[in-house]
Write a protein that binds this ligand. Structure first.
Ligand SMILES: [Zn+2]
Ligand SMILES: [Zn+2]
Length: 125
């Protein structure tokens, strides 16, 4: 690094800023900017506002966790094959491993919920 001219210390603006901001990053920046703006005008209410900011940040973390959970389940759903011949045709989640006496089949989870065959209405035990 060239400390003589100071040129080496400069980081180009484009390199410092990420090209794309996520919604979370935008909200974080807004919260940070809001906090800085408040600090410029000291007021006894500042503690109240800080508490509100902490609440918002807590809320943001909860939303992030919720979002991550939703994304995880979406990824899991995407990873499953959309259609195969042996899939349960009721929920499309698992293999149709259970066969009824009427020869219709479904996954074991759907089988446990049924009291009659959904196709021909024959009562099940
Ligand atoms: Zn099923
Ligand atoms: Zn049936």
């Amino acid at each position: 690094m060239d400390r003589g001219t100071g040129e080496g210390l400069k980081t180009p603006k484009a390199a410092r800023l990420p090209k794309y901001l996520t919604l979370t990053e935008v909200i974080k920046r807004k919260v940070d900017a809001g906090e800085r703006a408040i600090l410029d005008f000291y007021d006894p209410r500042i503690e109240e506002v800080r508490e509100r900011i902490r609440d918002m940040q807590e809320e943001l973390r909860e939303l992030e966790a919720e979002r991550d959970q939703s994304l995880d389940s979406l990824r899991q759903a995407n990873a499953r094959p959309l259609y195969t011949d042996d899939m349960c045709q009721i929920c499309w989640m698992g293999p149709a491993s259970e066969s009824l006496p009427c020869s219709h089949s479904m996954c074991s989870e759907c089988r446990h919920k049924l009291t009659s065959c959904p196709w021909d209405r024959r009562p099940l035990l």
